[in-house]
Structure formats: C-alpha cells, structure tokens
Design a binder for this molecule. Structure first.
Ligand SMILES: [Zn+2]
Length: 309
C-alpha cells in the first residue's frame, strides 16, 4: 500500500473513483461521470440518501432526452454570469443554459413567475394570466431631468473655469486640476431587475436571477440616454415574460395594472381605469418614439399589444 488509501468504488456505477477531491453522497463515493452533470439547487445533494441520488440520476437521464427534441425558438440573454434563458416555444421547453446542458423544464413545471424592479413588480405570470405593471421608473427619471441638467451645467462651468485658469497659469496647475473631469454620480432610480420562477417539480422549487439596472453616464449624465438604456433592458424583461407565458400558460389572459392603489377599485371603475392606463401607456410610448428612444415599429407593436388588436 502506498501513501494513499484506496477509495471505495462509485456507489452508483461501481466504477473507479479518481482524484484527491471526490464527490460523496450520503457518505459514499460517487465517480466524476455519475456526479459530473448534476444540476440541482445549492447543496441539495447534502441531504440525499444514495437511493435519492440514484433516483435523481434516472430523472437526469430521462431529462436528457428532452434535449434531443429541443428546438431553440427564442433566446433571452440576461447578461449576468452568462445567464441565458433558452426557449422552445413549440415543444414548450425551457433551459437556463445556452448549451442546454442543464435541467430542461417543461412548461407544465412552471407554477408562477415574477419579474421585479427592486421590490416593485413589473410582470407576474401564473395560470390565471399575465399582469403587466406600469413601471414608475420612466416618470421618476423624467422628474430628475431639471436637477441633472443643473448639475451638468455647473460641472461644465467648473471645467471651463479650470481650463481657463490652467491656460492663464501656463499649464502649471496641470497636475492638480488639469483633468477637467470628475465623475458625476447620479444615483440609479433602481438597483436591479429580479426574476423569480416557482416550480411544480420534483427537484426544483425556485430559480432566481438578477440583472443590474442601467446607470447614468458619469461624464455627461443624460435623461434620454438613460431612458434609452432602460428601455433596452425593459424589453428583455418583456421578452422573457412573454416567452415564459407562451411555454407555461399559453392563451392565458393579460391585464395591465397600475401599481398605485388600483386594487381597491370596483370592476367598472377598474375597467375604465385600465382604459385610462392603456391611453397613458400609449402616450408614454409615443413620447419615447418622439424622443427617438424607440422606433416607430416598436411603438406600433407596443400600441397594438396594449390595445389588444
Ligand atoms: Zn459512477
């Protein structure tokens, strides 16, 4: 016998367990091949017996068959840690991996989902339908405009003054003030988009992902630039919500919700409130088009969708 103690064979396949660091389930060694493609929530294997794990391996092998029929019809790039949502809207399948090497979920496994901006919901999907919430972000950003313009103007004056002083001083102050640029830090109106999927699934209860909210440019912060970036990210969230609905709850109704105090109104009032919301929404997108933030095509698509035509 050498320095190394011989390891027991793999508890699943009986194969050789190699390496100094080995996988263990329920106190027993499992080889790399058997453990290799495990895709389970964090630490789930810590609580499994070897029989549980055997059951999971059978599930995983069966799940791999879905990969063969998976036809990627849509891809939503979430940007964070390369998180991608791959959709097969024909066969109603979803995989959170661009190579389809993780668990493939069937539409029926999705119980509900929510997409938020910090703690404010943007989309909520379930068998009862899709609720689209009107974001307060564009209004809050527009409200910042006068303040931002003032800060940018002051900064510009400051830079001009420094340039002038620099010139008068024949460049002597170069080292201390000659850069002319300090960062202008306008706080973000919100920190992140957050996605949460709830499952009816033997191994998965929940999946979460987040994506950083856009930031203001630190050199020349501008409301329209910000709204442009926001709109791009916001459209990714919309694509995600729509694709999730398509695979999980096809044909379910849609509802536009104004988040502030709309829950308490009667059905008649809420119908007219929804109509007003639709008009307000269309006006808002029209304004975005007029400002060149979205194209006419995007506006028309949005308008049709809001009017349900
Ligand atoms: Zn094995």
């Amino acid at each position: 016998m050498g320095l190394f103690t011989r390891k027991d064979p793999c508890a699943i396949c009986g194969g050789k367990v190699k390496g100094l660091l080995s996988w263990k389930i329920d106190g027993q060694y499992v080889c790399d091949d058997c453990y290799g493609t495990v895709d389970l929530p964090n630490n789930a294997t810590n609580y499994m017996t070897i029989e549980d794990f055997r059951g999971y391996i059978a599930f995983r092998d069966e799940n791999k068959q879905l990969k063969e029929q998976f036809q990627i019809t849509q891809e939503v790039d979430f940007g964070w840690f390369d998180t991608k949502f791959m959709f097969d809207t024909t066969n109603r399948l979803l995989c959170m991996d661009k190579n389809l090497s993780k668990t493939i979920f069937e539409g029926k496994h999705i119980a509900s989902f929510v997409i938020k901006e910090d703690s404010s919901p943007l989309f909520e999907g379930s068998a009862s339908g899709l609720r689209r919430y009107i974001s307060s972000v564009p209004d809050r950003v527009m409200a910042l405009a006068p303040q931002i313009n003032q800060i940018v103007m002051q900064e510009q004056m400051q830079r001009d003054t420094e340039r002038l002083l620099d010139r008068l001083d024949d460049g002597k102050l170069n080292n201390s003030t000659g850069t002319y640029t300090r960062n202008i830090n306008i706080p973000k109106p919100f920190q992140q988009f957050y996605v949460e999927l709830r499952f009816n699934h033997p191994y998965w209860d929940i999946f979460t992902a987040d994506m950083d909210a856009p930031s203001f440019n630190t050199n020349t912060p501008d409301v329209n630039d910000y709204l442009h970036d926001y709109n791009q990210s916001s459209m990714i969230m919309e694509q995600l919500a729509e694709a999730l609905m398509e695979i999980a709850f096809p044909g379910a109704p849609e509802q536009v919700v104004n988040p502030v105090g709309s829950a308490a109104v009667s059905s008649e009032e809420s119908a007219s409130a929804a109509a007003v919301d639709t008009v307000t929404e269309i006006q808002r997108f029209k304004a975005l088009m007029d400002q060149g933030i979205i194209t006419e095509e995007e506006f028309t698509a949005k308008k049709r969708q809001l009017l349900g035509i």
